[in-house]
Design a protein around this ligand. Structure first.
Ligand code: ATP
Length: 289
């Protein structure tokens, strides 16, 4: 599992990551979400040892990063580090020589899946094909830990789906995966957990289903006026508008809906919230609409 605690990274006057803490349990797929500049790539760089944090700890299966960690860790950076004058096959050969667990059969299969021609020089590959090669390199030794910075960016919708299916397969085989994306639908499809960052801080972290459950809202309408809501008003955030009330039920939507019924509501609805709703609430700074 991956455990991050109190991670802080400052670039001169920019606090890129601010006291971030979260965990990704073994076998989990965790989406890292946040607006541009929220600190996602910096978090990944600190995790991979490519940026030196001012404070905090990063543990992989309970151990800090060492050269040995890379034997089980696959990483695809936002912009894959490729050599333009080398061919696809040259890159795979480099991976084969540097990774003891390099899986030749799997890599060939991935090349075919992504329809990449091994003879092509990288500088002749499209942006999406370069992203695909970066992913193949990250997956080529069947890593049990995968860190992927926007792995599907620049890929066509068919290939995006292929990538998500590959990740789901890897997680099913026990891999622990962390990926960032601006495509919330991709995270919703592939991930079971999410970490949402805003201005370098982790503002939401947890299981997507539990977060969704906790954010369900109850909307109740009364015939004449909103009655005294009793303890409900003290227990949760309440928004009133005319004869209707919205109650942020903090994971107890069904019980709160029943209490509204008992208070004489003529209409009660429980509103489910999407991951996109959660994201928009979490990153809302009141400035943009
Ligand atoms: P995006 O979604 O746009 O990729 P991000 O969430 O990955 O964004 P980061 O790249 O981690 O964001 O950047 C976080 C903040 O740190 C930004 O304000 C950025 O300008 C700043 N930053 C990142 N790298 C550096 C650097 N090498 N030097 C100075 N500031 C940096």
């Amino acid at each position: 599992m991956i455990a991050i605690s109190g991670l802080t990274k400052r670039y001169k006057d920019v606090l890129a990551v601010d006291d971030a803490s979260f965990e990704v349990p073994t076998g989990s797929v965790c989406g890292l979400l946040g607006r541009n500049g929220a600190g996602k790539t910096t978090t990944f760089k600190c995790m991979m040892g490519f940026a030196r944090p001012q404070s905090g700890t990063v543990l992989f299966d309970g151990q800090p990063l060492t050269p040995k960690t890379f034997e089980k860790l696959g990483y695809a950076p936002e912009r894959p580090a490729l050599y333009g004058w080398l061919t696809v096959a040259n890159h795979l050969e480099l991976a084969r020589r540097s990774q003891p667990a390099y899986d030749d059969a799997k890599t060939r299969e991935l090349l075919a899946t992504f329809r990449l021609d091994g003879r092509k020089r990288v500088k002749r590959l499209s942006k999406g094909q370069q992203t695909a090669l970066g992913l193949i390199l990250a997956l080529s030794a069947n890593p049990s830990l995968l860190i992927l910075d926007e792995p599907a960016s620049g890929l066509d919708p068919v290939m995006q789906r292929v990538v998500l299916d590959l990740l789901i397969d890897a997680a099913t085989s026990g891999a622990t995966i962390m990926l960032s994306s601006h495509q919330i639908g991709q995270i919703d499809r592939a991930a079971d957990r999410v970490v949402i960052m805003r201005d370098g801080k982790v503002v939401v972290a947890g299981e997507i289903d539990a977060l969704r459950e906790a954010s369900r809202v109850v909307e109740a309408t009364f015939e004449f006026a909103i009655p005294d809501l009793g303890t409900l008003a003290a227990e949760m955030r309440v928004e009133r508008a005319g004869k209707s009330v919205r109650l942020h039920a903090n994971g107890r939507a069904d019980a709160v809906a029943a209490r509204c019924g008992a208070l004489g509501a003529v209409g009660v609805r429980v509103l489910d919230r999407s991951l996109e709703d959660l994201f928009l609430d979490a990153v809302d700074d009141g400035e943009t609409q």
